[in-house]
Ligand binder design. Structure first.
Ligand code: SF4
Length: 406
């Protein structure tokens, strides 16, 4: 474990990160599909070796929290027995692929995003030279249907289309169309082009969006041998509602992405097939009827699409995170209750400037700094605040007053 325990590193199962409540181990569940039996086993690991809590990350990774350092070897052995441990840290880190969750059930999907994700994972692991990619560098595979991946952070984005796969870079809305059978090889060539072009810049960009700002998307496609003549506009698709009961699935939201071991166990027990872990703080149960919703709600999971908690983001904060300046989620809950009819994520409460819960700008962002809370309007945690050094009580008073003007 030794050098693996470096604060600020993206945690993995092979490479844990130390936090205020113990070790964090992030499991990259292949294709985002988790069968009931390993889900129950993970719940058991969380209970016996951790603090009984898990997080569903913004790329669909499942994090065990509060794992005791002395239990790390036992946890690794149990994960290996479940087939959930990569061969080494490098393989785990590079296997950073998120896919649309329901491409096998959604009739609007253009193809099998899961199968493509599995191919992509295998190709990434096999190409050792790609282990030089930065830790957060990732791939997304959007099935082109109702359950797209709009808003999910990715460096190389594939979207299944009627007549091939659209490939785009970072958050770019321009892309190229390639044949489906060439999609994985094309994505890997783009990853190599990123490494090559980024290495010529000082300091090297760490994400594709930054490289696009430096050299432009066309230069990157050209470096990958993917011709500029095929450049096309990639249409955006909105994410369909996930929470509640639908013909394809029952979906539950996780308050702040947090899931207890007991809740995970319940989801596994109620699931008719693989759980679908999404990058939207939601878990989907395919083929399950509406009758399970009351049990899920009683267990503390979000079952109503208009629940105010879905409209706020908050990182673990203090005391769970050692970097946190302030408590976050209790305050976020209280503030969410003040705006019960909100749509979209309007509030982000961040325990420090790092902004782990969201990289987007929000109408209101509260960030722990210098022992108090700074309030940013229409921005991110690092943006200049409208108010600084507030106590939680002062923040609540401001929200109740209905105005953030000084
Ligand atoms: S944003 Fe939150 S979780 Fe991330 S480092 Fe800061 S306090 Fe910790």
């Amino acid at each position: 474990m030794n050098q693996a325990l470096i604060r600020g590193w993206c945690p993995g199962a092979r490479r844990p990160m130390r936090s205020g409540d113990g070790l964090i181990l992030r499991l990259r569940i292949s294709g985002g599909r988790l069968a009931p039996e390993p889900a129950r086993a993970i719940a058991g690991i969380a209970r016996h070796h951790g603090n009984g809590e898990l997080d569903l990350g913004r790329r669909g990774g499942l994090q065990l929290r509060g794992v005791r350092e002395g239990d790390f070897s036992a946890v690794e052995a149990e994960l290996a027995a479940l087939g959930l441990l990569d061969a080494d840290e490098g393989a785990e880190a590079v296997r950073n692929v998120v896919a649309s969750p329901l491409s096998d059930l959604d009739e609007t999907a253009r193809g099998d995003a899961f199968a493509l994700a599995k191919q992509m994972e295998a190709a990434l692991v096999a190409d050792e030279s790609l282990r030089l990619l930065p830790g957060k560098f990732g791939f997304s595979i959007d099935d082109g249907g109702r359950f797209g991946l709009t808003g999910v952070s990715a460096d190389i984005r594939l979207r299944l289309m009627q007549d091939g796969v659209a490939v785009s870079l970072g958050g770019d809305s321009q892309g190229i169309l390639i044949r489906t059978e060439d999609a994985v090889a094309g994505a890997l060539r783009l990853a190599h082009a990123f490494l090559d072009l980024a290495s010529r810049i000082d300091p090297p960009p760490r994400r594709m969006a930054a490289l696009v700002r430096h050299v432009g998307a066309e230069a990157i496609f050209a470096a990958a041998g993917l011709g500029r003549e095929s450049v096309m506009l990639v249409p955006r698709s909105d994410v369909a509602p996930l929470i509640g009961a639908f013909p394809t699935h029952v979906g539950v939201g996780l308050p702040f992405g947090r899931l207890s071991a007991d809740q995970l166990h319940l989801l596994a027990d109620l699931s008719a097939s693989n759980l679908r872990l999404t990058p939207f703080r939601a878990v989907l149960l395919p083929g399950v009827s509406v009758s399970v919703l009351p049990r899920l709600a009683k267990a503390g999971l979000i079952t109503q699409p208009d629940d105010p908690l879905l409209a706020v983001a908050a990182c673990p904060g203090a005391p769970a995170c050692g970097s946190a300046i302030t408590e976050t989620r209790g305050l976020a809950r209280r503030l969410a209750a003040l705006k019960p009819d909100a749509h979209g994520t309007w509030l982000h409460v961040s325990g420090c400037e790092k902004g782990c819960a969201s990289s987007a700008a929000h109408a209101v962002t509260l960030v722990g700094r210098d022992g108090g809370l700074d309030l940013v309007l229409d921005g991110r945690p690092t943006d200049p605040p409208r108010h600084a050094g507030l106590s939680p009580e002062a923040v609540e008073a401001l929200f109740r007053s209905g105005t953030f003007e000084k």
